[in-house]
Design a protein. Structure first.
Length: 286
């Protein structure tokens, strides 16, 4: 039997998916700029493989869901696609529009898309699916707005053993014995779709065909452990709230764990080379 994943929120969310979605959306309103500062250097590196799996090229009508600062939509536009980015957080939409004025960005809940059936040739979401309170509903929506033959490609973080970034953070939390604060609504399991069978099942149940799950790995350099700590504490919503809601002694314990777990990846000059990996689930509308 495989080892349990670090930090799985086991509270039932069957009655509160909208509560989680609303809570996260409010959090991203405050953290749009910090996410762009801390995460874009890493997460933007997964964009080109994502677009490849969606077969994005000149003339493609592309929808980038949970677009954040908009770099997937912008990369698609650079390929000659007619790109539209949507995000539930107005601050993200505003930031993306400022960074990429050549792309249209709209404030939209990806689980309830306001587009007609068959409006797009491709739908992509870079590290989006783990943030949806109702991922099944979201992927059904992606299927609906695709033309026949259109493609979906969605990325999600791989299991921590394959990608210590960001898994090392959740391992530090788990080993410290921290539990989610009561004021955080129950959310979807962070690593649910790192399971390839589960990811493929999600796409299949939405009606997609020619389904596959690819793995993309790389290494990302940090100046030191302080930057790793700030990366997740400043640039996230759920992870940040989980740590900030702990007692001071627990926060210190989590940080010590993080420093210990990061030590094997340290270079002689104090920098850290942390491996990171994503799964890209992809399929075609029949």
């Amino acid at each position: 039997m495989p080892a349990p994943l670090p930090y799985v929120d086991r509270r039932s969310m069957s009655q509160m998916p909208d509560a989680f979605t609303t809570w996260e959306a409010e959090g991203w309103e405050e953290r749009a700029a910090a996410y762009h500062q801390h995460f874009t250097p890493l997460t933007s590196r997964f964009v080109e493989p994502l677009l490849d799996h969606a077969e994005v090229g000149p003339g493609c009508r592309l929808l980038d869901v949970a677009s954040g600062p908009g770099y997937a939509a912008a990369a698609a536009a650079a390929r000659g696609a007619a790109a539209t980015g949507v995000d539930i957080a107005g601050a993200m939409v505003k930031l993306a529009g400022q960074l990429h004025p050549e792309v249209t960005f709209v404030q939209v809940n990806a689980e309830r898309l306001p587009f007609d059936d068959g409006s797009f040739d491709a739908v992509v979401g870079n590290l989006a699916i783990l943030h949806f309170g109702q991922p099944e509903e979201a992927v059904r929506e992606f299927h609906r707005v695709l033309v026949p033959g259109g493609r979906v490609a969605l990325s999600t973080w791989d299991v921590p053993a394959a990608g210590p970034l960001p898994g090392i953070f959740f391992q530090a939390i788990s080993e410290a014995g921290a539990v989610p604060p009561a004021d955080i609504p129950p959310g979807p399991p962070f690593y649910r779709f790192a399971d390839e069978d589960e990811f493929a099942r999600l796409l299949d149940q939405a009606g997609l065909a020619e389904i596959g799950v690819a793995t993309i790995g790389l290494t990302h350099r940090f100046p030191g452990t302080t930057e790793v700590w700030n990366w997740l504490l400043e640039g996230t919503v759920r992870s940040s709230a989980l740590v900030r809601g702990q007692p001071e002694l627990m926060v210190a314990r989590i940080r010590r764990n993080l420093e210990r777990l990061a030590a094997p990846y340290a270079n002689a000059d104090g920098t850290l080379d942390l491996p990171s990996s994503v799964k890209i689930g992809h399929g075609r509308r029949g």
